[in-house]
Ligand binder design. Structure first.
Ligand code: MEV
Length: 310
């Protein structure tokens, strides 16, 4: 029997452009999803996953991991437990997929490295969702704050020292439909290719500048770059009135910068705030949304508990 956990994620910079090959910056968050697997002897696979919207990701992850890692078993019982609600868009599907693959690899002593876990989980996610850059799979697997390029072409940990600043997260109350939003941006691009591609390029440059500014601890610049990134997301048509209200509230309360995080259309906003302004920004966001208490830079997939068979 083994229990592993994988973290959720938040996009810091570069959403949507990352789907078209530009880099993004993603962080793993402290909220985790837990998967326990035990081998049985009845030949059946049973899944008990009350908090996961559907068990498709678990079922497919088992099939893909067994196939890729040559696992043969006599039956499996899998149960999941989530430390976060899937309404926030923290990536419960990618976390449950990564955790399932890693749990199986460890239980059957397959000695798979993180890139192998990432590749299998990404294959599972894409075979179900069809679209996506895989940044969420990267965060769940590797943890930390990462510069990421689609498919894992770049997977570079960033070592940001955030002693004087925090990201404050606010939930808009609306669940985003990532697949639909990625589709809408694609449709817009069909009609206005040049304009949309210019937006993506600008976002790609913002990501590179944000990485440099974060590396040298220049949080004022990182905040400004979040505001620029948000302008381009607005141009792409994925922001909403509610998100804009929350972003303005955070900035007015003293945040260095704020933007939506993820596909847009709903889900969360993130604000970069100096430690001295956190309570002001929390109060401002509580007045127009739900403040979500979550830490960034969390550890990637890990073993929580392992019991050897007697
Ligand atoms: C969604 O959270 C972020 C997008 O860039 C999609 C993706 O990267 O898979 C819109």
């Amino acid at each position: 029997m083994i229990t592993v956990s994988a973290p959720g994620k938040l996009m810091l910079f570069g959403e949507h452009a990352v789907v078209y090959g530009f880099p993004c910056i993603v962080t793993a968050v402290s909220e985790r999803l837990f998967v326990s697997i035990e081998e049985t002897d009845d030949g059946n696979i049973t899944v008990d996953a009350p908090q996961v919207t559907n068990t498709r990701f678990v079922d497919q992850a088992i099939a893909d991991a067994c196939d890729a890692l040559h696992i043969t078993h006599h039956g499996l019982h899998i149960s999941t437990q989530s430390g976060f609600s899937n309404k926030y868009g923290f990536g419960s599907s990618s976390a449950v997929t990564v955790a399932t693959v890693f749990a199986l690899a460890t239980l059957f002593q397959k000695n798979a490295d993180k890139k192998t876990i990432f590749d299998i989980a990404l294959h599972t996610i894409l075979s179900i969702q069809g679209v996506g850059s895989g940044f969420d799979v990267a965060a769940a697997t590797y943890g930390g704050i990462l510069t990421y390029v689609k498919g894992g072409a770049v997977l570079e940990p960033l070592h940001w020292t955030m002693d004087d600043v925090s990201f404050v997260v606010g939930y808009s109350g609306v669940k985003a439909d990532t697949t639909a939003l990625v589709g809408e941006v694609a449709k817009k691009r069909e009609k206005q290719k040049l304009t949309v591609d210019r937006n993506f390029e600008a976002i790609g440059n913002i990501v590179l500048k944000a990485r440099e500014a974060g590396d040298r601890g220049d949080w004022e610049t990182v905040g400004k770059l979040m505001n620029f990134n948000q302008e381009y997301l607005r141009n792409l048509g994925v922001s909403t009135e509610k998100l804009e209200t929350m972003i303005s509230a955070a900035k007015q309360a003293g945040a260095y910068g704020a933007k939506l995080s993820g596909a847009g259309g709903g889900d969360c906003i993130i604000a970069l705030v100096s430690k001295t302004h956190v309570s002001d920004v929390v109060q401002a966001l509580a007045g127009c949304g739900e403040v979500v208490s979550v830490e960034m830079n969390a550890e990637g997939v890990r073993i929580e508990q392992k019991e050897e068979k007697l």
